[in-house]
Design a protein around this ligand. Structure first.
Ligand SMILES: NC(=O)c1ccc[n+]([C@@H]2O[C@H](COP(=O)([O-])OP(=O)(O)OC[C@H]3O[C@@H](n4cnc5c(N)ncnc54)[C@H](OP(=O)(O)O)[C@@H]3O)[C@@H](O)[C@H]2O)c1
Length: 385
């Protein structure tokens, strides 16, 4: 029985993780949950999965959760804020921590879990984008394992079982191309949040869905892959594969290419990470290749989707630059969803912010968080004018 702490339990990855737990009650149990604002869903999860510890964002949210649990026969400690999140991430009973909070808010708890030597099933790519160097150094120091949840990185991880790091030439991350793959760039200024939230192949949280529409998600994944697999920037490529059946590929030095294929359902890579290093049966729907019929590939249109180029630029610049990219992207996506900027302006905000913040060496998480807050403050101040 593996005991799990799930950070971001009320989100898309969090609920898929709990669905996996529910399907395999003999393999997994939940000891801690952490969430943001959705107290109705969290209360329901506490009733069903019976964690002994829960963390929420504020004292008021903790009170709201307690009220919802009144009368339910559950014994659960409720904490809040960053200290609560860190306690969930380092819970003494947890064998594995699922890091599935969205955005930069995932960095501190992810790092706490790694520093505590926990095995981390990582969905929160933003923590590696912001501080990959620090997170991976902490993992080396404590021996913590970081297992990818992102379907692309899970695919690479699975392919690497066959060839090993030394024989690897490059990884190729596949991208669906998002909802605007065939939309002319001239129409980008008129794209609405509702249109951008309609992803053709994956059902995900709002932020990652917009990131998929701008292709920034693939850029963040390039940076994530660099750190997870200790690659040089030149060893990470991206190809558009609209069917999202091949989740990524690995090319070895002998010219062989391995790919991992599967349905577009995050429960599959989640199950792989939770069970690692074992494999076992599942009742998930099977991939029927005869129904897929064809698998197609095309290069990324970098003119149309400049965010991918900005991500490579941040990775090449190194130091604090990827954290600046991440903060700018989070603010811009939020502003777009609020109707404050146009879809095409997301890329402009990121480009301007990168220009305004020359890279500095990564010294500490505290410095990084200060920089992150500063970038967000200045972008929000510009928007408020
Ligand atoms: N969805 C996917 O298929 C997918 C695939 C690969 C990777 N990922 C990555 O996984 C992460 C989560 O994505 P998602 O799609 O699951 O996002 P989501 O549906 O928006 O869920 C985000 C979760 O984070 C919680 N949260 C947000 N801010 C928080 C804070 N300050 N403190 C504590 N909890 C907080 C939310 O709580 P409330 O809802 O209660 O506010 C929710 O549980 C992202 O990094 C994403 O890039 C997702």
């Amino acid at each position: 029985m593996k005991r799990l702490a799930i950070l971001g339990s009320t989100g898309s990855i969090g609920t898929s993780t709990l669905a996996v737990v529910e399907s395999h009650p003999e393999e997994f149990a939940v000891v801690a949950l952490a969430a943001g604002a959705n107290m109705d869903r969290l209360a329901q999860q506490v009733r069903v999965f019976r964690p002994s510890f829960v963390s929420v964002t504020s004292e008021a949210a903790a009170r709201a959760l307690r009220e919802r649990l009144d009368g339910a026969a559950v014994r659960v400690e409720i904490a809040w804020g960053t200290p609560g999140l860190v306690r969930a991430a380092t819970h003494h009973e947890a064998d594995l921590v699922v890091s599935a909070i969205v955005g930069g808010a995932g960095l501190v708890p992810t790092l706490a879990a790694v520093r505590a030597g926990k095995t981390v099933a990582l969905a929160n790519k933003e923590s590696l984008v912001m501080a990959g160097e620090l997170v991976m150094a902490a993992a080396r120091a404590t021996g913590a394992r970081i297992l990818p949840v992102d379907s692309e990185h899970s695919a690479v991880f699975q392919c690497l079982v066959s060839g090993g790091r030394e024989g690897l030439r490059r990884v190729v991350l596949t991208a669906s191309g998002g909802p605007f793959r065939s939309t002319p760039r001239s129409e980008f200024p008129r794209i609405t949040p509702a249109q951008a939230l309609r992803h053709p192949t994956w059902n995900m949280g709002r932020k990652i869905t917009i990131d998929s529409a701008t292709l920034m998600n693939k850029g963040l994944e390039v940076i994530e892959a660099r750190w997870l697999f200790d690659l040089d920037v030149t060893q990470v490529d991206v190809i558009v594969h609209p069917q999202s059946i091949i989740h990524s590929l690995v090319e070895f030095v002998d010219g062989s290419i391995l790919a991992q294929l599967g349905i577009t359902d995050m429960r599959l890579p989640i199950l792989y990470a939770l069970r690692h290093p074992e494999r076992g049966p599942s009742a998930l729907p099977r991939l029927k290749l005869e129904e897929v019929a064809s698998l197609t590939f095309e290069p990324v249109d970098r003119e149309k989707f400049p965010c991918l180029t900005y991500a490579y630029r941040a990775l090449e610049g190194g130091g604090t630059l990827p954290a600046v990219l991440n903060a700018a992207n989070e603010v811009a996506v939020h502003q777009f969803l609020e109707g404050a900027i146009r879809f095409d302006q997301i890329a402009d905000v990121i480009a301007r912010t990168l220009d305004a913040h020359p890279t500095r060496p990564l010294t500490s998480v505290e410095d990084l968080l200060e920089l992150d807050r500063g970038v967000r403050r200045s972008l929000n101040a510009v928007a408020a004018r």
